[in-house]
Design a binder for this molecule. Structure first.
Ligand code: C2E
Ligand code: CA
Ligand code: CA
Ligand code: CA
Length: 271
């Protein structure tokens, strides 16, 4: 296998995906990728729905030589203890790319953390370094509720992160069991409404009422709200009507590498 990828393409689809995701081949290839630094970051804009201006950008990890996405390899990396190394590389890549310098205005950069990151103080130090490197750019981290299962362990880390002026947002909001409880136990800065909920707002009055009330609840708690996975104009219009101000999704821009990131997005393109 010279230069190829020793792991079946399409592994992330099909009924036996789970079996193949746990393959020793993937694990070994992933270890190699971490050692060799084979990852890159793709960036996706987060916009203000009132004027479609970019207010933030989320860094999403990519493994260019592999035919699989982070939905497949991040859980494997978490399971075999590689995620903290990967998060360290993500921070270095973000510091090197400095994507926000290419976007006009004051832009917030978001990166994703895993449970193991949320449970070690080293993460606060790592993020603090990144934040200093980025200078003017505000930094946010996104956590899923799975990161917050152990408030005794992640509470001090999250407080340390926030004490450094870095925002903490709860990702995939509206899909789990415990994320309301997370908001009771921890002071956070924002929530990201999961794409599965966004996808339903066109067709479902229930989804619209839930989003409307999430917006109100967040407002009352001083939390920002970002809706993910916005693909259509109709969804964007509904979100505005429901009082949601920030959105992310293919309608506004696909995740792309820094060299492909649109230098300045004409408002007319998406208006
Ligand atoms: P996430 O944090 O919820 O990221 C949003 C996912 O939705 C991304 O998938 C993004 O490409 C995709 N997406 C964006 N807009 C749209 C849209 O309009 N429609 C649809 N259908 N999808 C959209 P991606 O990049 O494959 O990442 C998947 C997950 O992998 C992320 O979900 C996150 O949980 C995890 N992940 C990604 N990068 C990192 C990372 O650097 N570190 C860690 N720990 N996890 C990461
Ligand atoms: Ca995220
Ligand atoms: Ca999400
Ligand atoms: Ca997700």
């Amino acid at each position: 296998e010279i230069g190829g990828f020793p792991y079946a393409p399409g592994a992330s689809v099909g009924p036996d995906a789970t079996a193949r995701e746990s393959s020793p081949v993937l694990e070994a290839t992933l270890r190699h990728a971490v050692a060799q630094g084979e990852f890159r970051l793709a960036y996706q804009p987060i916009v203000d729905l009132r004027n479609h201006r970019t207010v933030g950008v989320e860094a999403l990890i990519r493994w260019p030589r592999a035919p699989i996405g982070p939905d497949v390899f991040i859980p494997t990396a978490e399971r075999i203890g590689l995620i903290r190394d990967i998060t360290r590389q993500v921070c270095l890549l973000a510091a090197r790319d400095r994507i926000t310098q290419r976007i006009p205005g004051s832009i917030r950069l978001s990166i994703n953390l895993s449970a193991a990151d949320a449970e070690t103080m080293e993460t606060a130090a790592l993020l603090s370094d990144l934040s200093l490197t980025l200078g003017d750019t505000a930094l946010s981290v996104e956590l899923t509720e799975r990161c917050l299962l152990s408030p005794e362990r992640c509470g001090p880390v999250i407080r340390a992160i926030r004490a450094r002026g870095i925002q903490v947002h709860l990702d995939d909001f509206g899909t789990g069991y415990a994320n309301l409880q997370s908001l009771v136990e921890l002071a956070l800065d924002g929530i990201k409404i999961d794409h599965r909920l966004t996808r339903c707002i066109d067709d479902s009055r229930a989804a619209r009422e839930i989003v409307r009330h999430l917006g109100r609840m967040a407002g009352a708690l001083g939390l920002s709200v970002t809706a993910e996975g916005v693909e259509t104009e109709a969804q964007a219009r509904w979100l505005s009507v429901l009082g949601i101000r920030r959105a992310q999704g293919w309608l506004f821009g696909r995740p792309c590498f820094i060299e492909d990131y649109p230098a300045a997005r004409p408002l007319a393109q998406i208006a």
